[in-house]
Design a protein around this ligand. Structure first.
Ligand SMILES: Nc1nc2c(ncn2[C@@H]2O[C@H](COP(=O)(O)OP(=O)(O)OP(=O)(O)O)[C@@H](O)[C@H]2O)c(=O)[nH]1
Ligand SMILES: [K+]
Ligand SMILES: [Mg+2]
Length: 440
């Protein structure tokens, strides 16, 4: 049975701004009475019906709108509680008047993510699925949409629950070893147990390693554009952004603050960071810019290392894509320190299509799904939980005492349980659901 929160909440679930329809969403114990108060007779569950919406239908006082009404009795609703939706005409005055009628009927405005939080509380989804829904609402690119949909649909949760199941079985074996220490349990039992723990560790470590790809898909692949002053870094940023995002000038040291532009490449969200030209400088502000440039080079998933024509760099950043600019002014070397160079001219456009293709391939390589197609972790929170589980399992393998090993297995289960929200997550919930938009 669904648990009904005494506080009935409401929120506009569609965006503000000009639109034809606005969906007002309501959930909580008072939903049925509130819907009756606004429109009189309730429609059949989950069937859209056209109704007049009144401030108070009983007295037919103050007609607010005529709207499609959907009645969702719990527990088979999004939140697990009784709830309803009003598909209103989207005029701001209508929305305001209906909100006032809802408050007069005893409801209150929802907090960000409160509907989904109630769905979690009622066991309609676990924490990982709830995060998937938050990501789905935010998704801007194809790859973000796909990874969020798989996660909200339970693919990642199934993986974590499967591990928790295996740990439970390992724990049962462990307890058998404790309960019957001197009995004739064949030695294979203990060996099998240790092997199971080891293979779980291997699977979890692979998941953590692969996880960088999932985090990149969710947050975007970050390219830092770096190189000496006047290489044409800001010119490149503007071409990638297709607008004048950064100031371009013949004065060396033009760019100081890092300038970020986001877009999509190969269906993946990408962010390009233009940085200050790197050189020794007496200018305090420029020096700060150079410091920031180095920071972004370190943080980036890939560095676009630029230089102008024959000013080839003396060192190459690890994994960087080398770009030799200004081919209109002179020859660009084919390689620098054995690394291939992309020859381009931001002025004439030469080589830019080829450069875009190289960037797309790099994005694909940085986000490609694992060969075995397992769901990817998408958040530092998941990573921390799985890392903790791995640490406990490694400790379990090192324990001589069976009782101590059992305790480590239990701690590993707990760590996974915190990821999916099965155990002790009260302290986490505000952080998780606070990231949602209101009305979800
Ligand atoms: N001839 C020629 N000039 C270019 C080319 N690309 C950029 N420039 C010019 O080079 C100068 C410097 O370009 P920027 O894009 O400001 O260079 P930057 O690397 O951002 O420079 P800083 O911000 O000072 O580090 C500008 O005058 C550009 O117009 C090119 O391919 N050919
Ligand atoms: K410049
Ligand atoms: Mg610049």
């Amino acid at each position: 049975m669904g648990y009904q929160n005494e506080q009935t909440i409401f929120a506009l679930s569609t965006g503000l701004g000009r639109a034809a329809i606005a969906v007002m969403r309501v959930s909580g114990a008072g939903s049925q009475a509130l819907l009756a108060r606004l429109c009189g007779r309730l429609p059949a569950p989950r069937r859209a019906a056209l109704r007049r919406i009144w401030a108070n239908a009983a007295t037919q006082d103050n007609l607010l709108d005529e709207a499609l009404v959907l009645w969702f009795p719990g527990p088979n609703s999004y939140t697990g509680e009784d709830g309803f939706e009003l598909h209103l005409h989207a005029g701001p005055a209508i929305i305001k008047a209906v909100a006032e009628a809802l408050v007069a009927g005893g409801a209150r405005p929802a907090e960000p993510g409160e509907f989904t939080r109630r769905a979690f509380t009622n066991g309609r989804m676990d924490l990982v699925e709830a995060e998937g829904i938050a990501d789905l609402v935010e998704a801007e690119t194809e790859s973000q949409r796909k990874i969020a949909l798989a996660q909200s649909d339970g693919a990642l949760s199934t993986l974590y629950q499967g591990w928790a199941e295996q740990l439970k079985r390992a724990l049962a074996h462990q307890e058998a070893l404790i309960d019957f220490p001197d009995e004739d349990l064949p030695p294979e039992v203990e060996q099998g147990l240790l092997q199971n723990i080891q293979s779980l560790i291997t699977a979890m470590q692979a998941h953590i390693q692969e996880g960088a790809r999932g985090e990149r898909i969710r947050q975007g692949v970050v390219f830092a554009i770096a190189g000496p002053p006047n290489a044409g870094k800001s010119s490149l940023l503007n071409w990638l952004a297709d607008r004048d995002a950064a100031i371009v000038s013949p004065i060396a040291g033009t760019t100081r603050d890092a300038i970020e532009v986001s877009g999509s490449l190969a269906g993946v969200k990408v962010t390009f960071v233009d940085t200050a030209g790197m050189r020794e400088t007496e200018d305090e502000i420029e020096a700060e810019g150079v410091k920031r440039a180095l920071f972004h080079v370190k943080q980036a998933d890939c560095v676009l290392q630029m230089f102008a024509a024959d000013h080839a760099p003396e060192s190459v950043f690890a994994g960087a894509i080398l770009i030799g600019n200004k081919t209109d002014l002179g020859q660009v070397p084919a390689t620098v320190l054995n690394e291939p160079v992309m020859p381009v001219s931001l002025k004439t456009g030469e080589g830019l299509d080829a450069l875009r293709a190289v960037l797309e391939r790099r994005v694909e390589a940085l986000t490609a799904q694992s060969s075995f197609g397992a769901p990817l972790l998408t958040r530092a929170r998941h990573k921390a939980g799985v890392q903790e589980a791995v640490a406990c399992l490694q400790a379990a393998l090192e324990q001589e005492w069976p009782e101590m090993r059992g305790e480590e297995l239990r701690l590993a289960m707990r760590a996974l349980g915190r990821v999916t929200g099965q155990v002790g997550v009260e302290d986490l919930l505000d952080a998780v659901f606070g990231q949602f938009c209101i009305g979800k």
